[in-house]
Design a binder for this molecule. Structure first.
Ligand code: IPE
Ligand code: IPE
Ligand code: MG
Ligand code: MG
Length: 362
C-alpha cells in the first residue's frame, strides 16, 4: 500500500494564447525580475548561502559514499559527479528541513540520497536520449559506452537505497521508493510518446509529473517528515516541490531550443533529434501556420529536422513565451504553497529558488 497519493490530479490546463507576457522578455534576457520577487534573477550561490555548510556536508557524504571496490564504478561515478551540477534537489531538502526548524543531521544524508537518484536518472536518460554532452562534458555514455553507463546508474540507485536504509525512517523510505518507481514510469511513458506529433499538454504533463516533479516533491516531503511537520505543512511543502519541479522541467524544455550550449552544458536540439514533443513544440503544433506545422510534424517523425529552422519557428511563434507563462504559473503555485511557513532566511531562499528556476540560463 502507498502511504501517500502522488498528486496526478493537478494536470495543468492549457493557457489561452495572448495571456499576460510577464516572463517573455525576461526569459529572453535572463537577469530581469520575472516573478515579482523584487530583484534580478538571483545567483545560485547567494540563494544557497543559508545552507552553505549543509551543502558542503552533502558534498562530503556524496564523495564518501561513492566508493566501490570496482574501479570502473568509481571512474564513472566520479566522472559524472565531479562535473558538478546545480545540486538543486539536495538544496530543496536542506532548505525545507531548516525552514521547518529541523535540528538533526539526517537531512544531509537524505539530500545526498536524492542527488544519487537524480544522477542515476541522468546516466540512464543520456543513454536513452543518445545525448553526448552533459554538464559541459562528454556524457558518460559517450565516454564509457551505454552498457557501463546503465550499470553505474544501477549502482547509484542501489547505493541510494542502502543509504536511505541507514537513515532508518520507514516513511521516508516509502516516499523515496515510490518516487524512484514513478521516475522510471515517467521515462518509459516518455519513450512511448517519441516521434508522435499528437502528444498533447495533458500527456506532456503526465511525463513531467513523473520524470521530474516527483523527485523535487519527494525531496520537499521527506524534509517535512524529518522535521515532524503536521500533515498540512507536509502537503504544502510537497506541493512547493512538485510545482518547482514542473517549472524546472518546462524551463529545461525551453532552453533546449532557446538556450546556449556553453551555459546549459548540454547540446541544444537534443529533444527534437530524439523526436520528443515538449511544450514549445506542442504549442507550435497547435498554433503555427500550416506549412510550419508540417515542417515540425516531419521533424518529430524523422528526428532529423533542421534544428535552426525549427528553433526559429518555435521562438517566432511565441511558443517559448507561452511555455514561460506556464512555468510562471507553476512558480506562482509554489510561492503560494509556502506562503504560511514561518518567515526565515531559509523560506526566503525557497522563494529565490523559484526565481532562479524560471529565470535561469543553465
Ligand atoms: C537535468 O536536471 C534533468 C532535468 C530534470 C531537466 P538538472 O538541470 O538539475 O541537472 P544538473 O544536476 O544541474 O546537471
Ligand atoms: C529530464 O528530461 C530527465 C530526467 C528527469 C531523468 P530531459 O531528457 O529533458 O533531461 P536533460 O535535458 O537530458 O537533462
Ligand atoms: Mg535527456
Ligand atoms: Mg532536456
Amino acid at each position: 500500500m502507498h502511504s501517500y497519493n502522488a498528486p496526478m490530479s493537478r494536470v495543468p490546463q492549457p493557457l489561452k494564447d495572448g495571456a499576460p507576457l510577464a516572463a517573455q522578455a525576461a526569459l529572453a534576457r535572463p537577469g530581469l525580475d520575472v516573478n515579482g520577487l523584487g530583484g534580478p534573477i538571483p545567483d545560485l550561490g547567494t540563494v544557497l548561502a543559508p545552507i552553505a555548510a549543509d551543502m558542503q556536508a552533502v558534498d562530503a557524504v556524496i564523495r564518501e559514499r561513492l566508493n566501490s571496490d570496482v574501479a570502473l564504478v568509481n571512474t564513472i561515478s566520479d566522472y559524472i559527479i565531479g562535473a558538478g551540477g546545480k545540486r538543486l534537489r539536495p538544496a530543496v531538502v536542506l532548505l525545507v528541513a531548516r525552514a521547518l526548524g529541523y535540528k538533526g543531521t539526517s537531512h544531509v544524508l537524505l539530500a545526498a540520497v536524492i542527488e544519487f537518484i537524480h544522477t542515476a536518472t541522468l546516466l540512464h536518460d543520456d543513454v536513452v536520449d543518445e545525448s553526448d554532452l552533459r554538464r559541459g562534458r562528454s556524457t558518460a555514455n559517450a565516454m564509457f559506452g551505454n552498457a557501463a553507463s546503465v550499470l553505474v546508474g544501477d549502482f547509484l540507485y542501489s547505493r541510494a537505497f542502502q543509504m536511505m536504509v541507514d537513515a532508518g525512517n520507514l516513511r521516508v523510505m516509502r516516499i523515496l521508493a515510490d518516487a524512484t518507481n514513478r521516475i522510471a514510469e515517467g521515462e518509459v511513458l516518455q519513450l512511448m510518446s517519441v516521434h508522435d506529433p499528437s502528444v498533447n499538454e495533458a500527456r506532456y504533463f503526465e511525463v513531467v509529473e513523473r520524470k521530474t516533479a516527483t523527485l523535487f516533491e519527494a525531496g520537499a516531503r521527506i524534509a517535512a517528515v524529518l522535521a515532524a511537520a503536521d500533515a498540512t505543512t507536509e502537503q504544502r511543502c510537497a506541493s512547493y516541490g512538485a510545482s518547482l519541479g514542473r517549472a524546472f522541467q518546462i524551463v529545461d524544455d525551453m532552453l533546449d531550443y532557446s538556450g546556449h550550449t556553453e551555459e546549459i552544458g548540454k547540446r541544444l536540439g537534443d529533444d527534437l533529434r530524439e523526436g520528443k514533443v515538449t511544450l514549445p513544440l506542442i504549442h507550435v503544433l497547435r498554433s503555427a501556420a500550416p506549412e510550419q506545422r508540417e515542417l515540425v510534424v516531419q521533424a518529430v517523425r524523422d528526428g532529423n529536422g533542421d534544428f535552426e529552422a525549427i528553433a526559429r519557428i518555435v521562438t517566432d511563434n511565441g511558443s517559448i513565451a507561452y511555455s514561460g507563462r506556464l512555468a510562471e504559473r507553476e512558480v506562482d503555485a509554489a510561492r503560494q504553497a509556502i506562503r504560511d511557513l514561518p518567515a526565515s532566511d531559509h523560506r526566503e531562499s525557497l522563494l529565490h529558488l523559484l526565481a532562479f528556476a524560471i529565470g535561469r540560463d543553465r
